[in-house]
Design a protein around this ligand. Structure first.
Ligand SMILES: [Fe+2]
Ligand SMILES: [Fe+2]
Length: 546
C-alpha cells in the first residue's frame, strides 16, 4: 500500500493538498463481485482510417478468457479477438488488464452494432452491446465535440466532481461522430495509492458515451504518473489504442482524417516549460507497495518530461503538415493538445512559451485553423493569430522586459460578415471545463489599462523548498503579457462543451465550420446537466479543390 501522504501537483493548482485515496490494491474495482473477465470501461477510438476501422477497448478486473468483440453483420456475426495489454501500477502494485479489438473493413458512414464479451464474462448470456457509426468518406458534413479536464464522478478522488457525469451526458445530447478529449482525463496521479481505481471510475463514466462513438484523447500533465514508465504514461498508453505515428513513441501523438478535416493530436508535455506532472511536495516520502520493488519517492521529486522525444514529435508534426499541404482533399487542420499557448486564466496555469517556440511557427507556416486545448479549467477563445511581437512581456517579479513571443492577432473585432477566415490566422480555444472540482474561470487583467493580461511560463518552474521545512513547491508563471489576442472569456462558469459542425460546401465555393459553445451555468457552485448556448461563431474559407 502507498502510505497516505500529502501530494501536490500542478503549479496552477499548487494550493491543492490531497490525502491519498483509500482503495487497496487487492480490492476489486466493482464492489461485491469477485474479479473476473467481465468487460467494463468500454470505449471506442478510430483506427487508421476512420471511415473503415474502429478499435473497441475495455478492461476487466481479472484476466479475460477469450476476450472478443462480435460484430453484427447481414450474414451473421463476425468475431474479432482482442489483444491483451497489461501493466502493473508502480505505486500500489495492482495489475490492470485491458483488451483491444480493432475492427477493420467496415462500410463508411454506416451504423455498426457490436457486443463485447469473454468466456469468464459474468454477463456472457447477455453481454454488453452498443453501436457506433463510421466516418464518411470524402467531403461530407459531420459533427464533433470537445472538452478536456474531465475527472470522474466519484468525489472521494482529488479533483473529481459529479459534473463529470453530466459532461459525458452532454456529449450524448449532441450525438457527434466523435469526441476530442483534450487531456487531464482523470487525475489519477493526484490519488497515488489508487491510480488504477481512479482510471476505472473514469472509464466506467465515459463508457456511457465512448461505447457509442470514438473518444479521441491526448495526454495531459495529470496522465504523468510516478512508477508508470519513462514518461509516466503507461496507464494512458495501456488503455488507449490510437493510430500509429511511425516513431519510437507510439500512442503519444497521432493524426487521423475525417472528411476534409485533418485532426492532429499532440503531447505538449514534450515541449512545454511548465513542470506539471507527478510531484511530491512532502514532507513525507511516498512509499510504493513492496511488491513493486520501487524505491520510496522523496519529497521534491517531480516527473518533468520536457524534451523526451528529442525532437521526434516536432519533426513528425512538420512532416504531417507538409503532407497535408500537398493533399488537396484536406481543407481544414485541427490540432488537439492539452496545454495552452494562449490562455489568460488568472489562477490557472497560463500560457506556455514552449508551445509558442516549438509549434506556433509551424501552425503559421502550414495554416493550422484551430487549436483545441484544456489545462486551464475555463473557456477562452483567441482572435485568429499569426506571427508574434517580441519583447513585450514583463518578468512577474522584477518587471524586467521578457520576450514571451506574444502572439499577434490578425483582427481584433468580429468580421463584418460574421465569418472568421482562418486562412489568415489560427484560433486557439481553451476548453478545460469537462468536469473537475476546480473551475478556473477568473481571468487576468492589466491593473492599469484594465485590458486582458496573461501569465506566461517562459522557463522551467522546477520545485523549490517550500515554507514548511522538508516540503517543496513549484513556482507559478514567471512572466506576464497583455493578452491582445484574447477575444472572449466565459466569466460565468468554467464548465462547458464545444460543438463543431463542418459543412464541406459546394464545388468552387466556401467550406465552413460552425462552432457552438454550450456552458453549464451554475456548475461552479453545484453540478448541473443544464448546458446552455454561450456563443456561436463561424469560420469559413475557400475549398482547396473545386
Ligand atoms: Fe486539468
Ligand atoms: Fe492540465
Amino acid at each position: 500500500m502507498v502510505s497516505r501522504r500529502t501530494f501536490v501537483t500542478g503549479a496552477g493548482l499548487s494550493g491543492l493538498i490531497a490525502a491519498a485515496g483509500s482503495r487497496s490494491a487487492s480490492e476489486p474495482t466493482r464492489e461485491g463481485s469477485a474479479p473476473d473477465g467481465t468487460p467494463e470501461q468500454i470505449h471506442l477510438t478510430f483506427g487508421e482510417d476512420p471511415a473503415s476501422s474502429v478499435c473497441v477497448s475495455w478492461a476487466s478486473t481479472a484476466q479475460a478468457v477469450n476476450p472478443r468483440v462480435e460484430l453484427k453483420a447481414d450474414d451473421g456475426a463476425r468475431t474479432i479477438h482482442a489483444v491483451q495489454r497489461t501493466y502493473t501500477d508502480g505505486l500500489n502494485g495492482q495489475t490492470v488488464f485491458t483488451y483491444h479489438a480493432t475492427i477493420s473493413g467496415l462500410e463508411a458512414d454506416a451504423a455498426h452494432s457490436y457486443l463485447v464479451t469473454a468466456d469468464n464474462d459474468r454477463n456472457r448470456l447477455q453481454p454488453f452491446a452498443a453501436a457506433f457509426r463510421t466516418a464518411p468518406r470524402g467531403r461530407a458534413r459531420f459533427r464533433w465535440t470537445s472538452y478536456g479536464d474531465l475527472s470522474t464522478p466519484n468525489s472521494s478522488w482529488v479533483l473529481s466532481s459529479p459534473q463529470s457525469a453530466f459532461a459525458v451526458k452532454a456529449v450524448e445530447r449532441f450525438q457527434p461522430l466523435f469526441h476530442l478529449l483534450n487531456g487531464d482525463l482523470c487525475y489519477a496521479n493526484l490519488n497515488p495509492s489508487a491510480q488504477p481505481a481512479v482510471w476505472a471510475d473514469f472509464g466506467n463514466n465515459v463508457q456511457a458515451s465512448a461505447a457509442n462513438r470514438p473518444w479521441m484523447p491526448c495526454p495531459g500533465n495529470h496522465e504523468i504518473e510516478f512508477g508508470n514508465g519513462e514518461q509516466g504514461l503507461d496507464a494512458y498508453l495501456t488503455r488507449y489504442s490510437l493510430p500509429a505515428n511511425g516513431t519510437a513513441f507510439p500512442g503519444r501523438w497521432y493524426q487521423f482524417q475525417v472528411g476534409s478535416a485533418l485532426f492532429i493530436s499532440l503531447n505538449a508535455d514534450d515541449v512545454i516549460y511548465q513542470d506539471s506532472g507527478a510531484f511530491l511536495a512532502g514532507p513525507a516520502p511516498l512509499i510504493p507497495a513492496p511488491s513493486t520493488g520501487n524505491a520510496p519517492i522523496v519529497p521534491g521529486t517531480s516527473l518533468y518530461i520536457r524534451g523526451y522525444s528529442g525532437g521526434a514529435q516536432t519533426r513528425w508534426l512538420e512532416q504531417t503538415l507538409i503532407d497535408a499541404a500537398a493533399n488537396k482533399e484536406i481543407d481544414w487542420i485541427i490540432v488537439q493538445m492539452h496545454q495552452d499557448a494562449l490562455s489568460s486564466s488568472k489562477y490557472g496555469n497560463g500560457s506556455d512559451k514552449g508551445i509558442r517556440e516549438a509549434w506556433l511557427p509551424l501552425f503559421d507556416r502550414y495554416g493550422v485553423d484551430l487549436v483545441l486545448c484544456g489545462h486551464d479549467h475555463d473557456y477562452e477563445r483567441s482572435w485568429p493569430v499569426r506571427g508574434c511581437n517580441h519583447n513585450t512581456g514583463r518578468d512577474a517579479l522584477t518587471g524586467a522586459t521578457v520576450d514571451t513571443l506574444q502572439p499577434k492577432p490578425v483582427i481584433t473585432a468580429n468580421p463584418p460578415d460574421g465569418q472568421f477566415d482562418t486562412s489568415h490566422g489560427t484560433i486557439h480555444f481553451i476548453l478545460g471545463g469537462g468536469g473537475t472540482s476546480a473551475p478556473l474561470d477568473a481571468y487576468g487583467e492589466n491593473p492599469i489599462s484594465r485590458t486582458p493580461q496573461a501569465k506566461v511560463i517562459t522557463k522551467p518552474n522546477r520545485p523549490v523548498p517550500g515554507a514548511v521545512p522538508g516540503t517543496f513547491a513549484k513556482p507559478g508563471a514567471d512572466a506576464v503579457e497583455d493578452a491582445i489576442w484574447s477575444a472572449r472569456r466565459d466569466t460565468e462558469t468554467g464548465y462547458g462543451i464545444a460543438v463543431f459542425d463542418l459543412d464541406p460546401g459546394e464545388p468552387h465555393g466556401k467550406t465552413s465550420i460552425t462552432i457552438s459553445y454550450y456552458h453549464a451555468l451554475g456548475a461552479d457552485k453545484a453540478a448541473t446537466g443544464d448546458y446552455q448556448l454561450f456563443e456561436t461563431l463561424v469560420i469559413a474559407k475557400h475549398r482547396r479543390r473545386a
